[in-house]
Design a protein. Sequence first.
Length: 269
Amino acid sequence: MQEIFVLISFIAFLLFLLPTDYRKYFAIAGWISIIAVLFANFPEYSIENNFMYPVAAFLGIPFLVIIVPKLLEENESSITLSRMAGIAYVIFAPFMLVPALADWLIALNIDLLAAIFTGIEFPYELVEWNMFRVDLFRVEIILACTGIQGMAIMLGVAWAIRSSRMQKILSFLVVVIPIFVLNILRNVFVIMAYGKQWFPYLPEIASNGQMGFESFFWAHNVFAEIGALFAFIGIAYLLFRINPRLAEEMAGIIDLFMKKIRGWFGKDI
């Protein structure tokens, strides 16, 4: 089901990026499909005890309530935000839809992780082509572990705004290199923390009924997510420095949503 919604989003946003009279309708279809992807993944979230994506899924409902009417009005900020999503999806979706691409990227991450563990003399075993085992605990490296989603989102944000060729190249370097490197370090941290049980805290809320899972929960779902947030903030700052126009466009997008939210609470729009 997830792949179907990803394909719909990919086609819809690809058509949105083309100069047609129906762009706003394609954007609406793309956004609805993105939220549908989040809801379709609920079983996976419950297995990992991950609270971030369910929150994002439910926040997607008021997001659609705001963005759909604005797209129908052809509001410029809603068009810009949709262009960001469109570029991001054109970059990311092929890795979701073409197994060979996903496997290549996962294999690259596996090789680098194995090289790091070997270099620091950390004991591990590769029990399957994409699964590490440390002591009793296994971590499978999947597409979501490669950082491609974050790269696609940030490139979509950067490239959706009018910029020079040099600004686009600098944006690419500022986004791809740091996210790729930091994501490898994140995976190293999570595998080591889970395998060696660094965070055996509050199993009643973090274990998900599995022995030792609380260390994975704290490492992957809390500490790594917080670290990723700060990394994205830092990358966004660098992108704003590269292209100051981006900051202006983002301010307009934020203002679009804040005005509507204030209106819901009875304040002046």
